[in-house]
Design a protein around this ligand. Sequence first.
Ligand SMILES: [Ca+2]
Length: 161
Amino acid sequence: LIKIFYILLLLLMNSELQRGNCPPFWYSFRGRCYKYSSTVCHRGTNLVSIYSLDEENFVKSLIMNFDPAQGYSWIGLSDIHEEGSWMWSDGCPVKFVFWSAGQPDNYKELEHCGHVNYETALKWNDIDCSNLFSSVSGTLKNSSCNSFNFHFNTISTTSVL
Ligand SMILES: [Ca+2]
């Protein structure tokens, strides 16, 4: 019975994800396209930047759709260029934040990349950029921000539906 409920829940969540005008395997939210990747972020696209609680919740639902365990996923958040100065990988400034309590803490001074779904509150944490997580990509919101590159490693955390 629990399994049936779980499948129904997954179907319900699937129906909430809209393709819109996005390419195959990308999902639409308020005019932008998003993709969950359990392997590696596509070349030529950016890790997602998150500008609002609505968008944070959408990104979380996208991850949950493919990974019901809601594992850590990279978003385009980094202070690798200047400690404590958090930037989105699309070059846009960070205005909305969703840090977990006590984060970012730059533990052992090794944490320069942000991920989602930290601890039970499922908020953001800074962590060593060399960690292997899944990732969420997003199309640009504002092309006037200058893109800069930093390297993320990603690895499969779950099988894709
Ligand atoms: Ca941390």
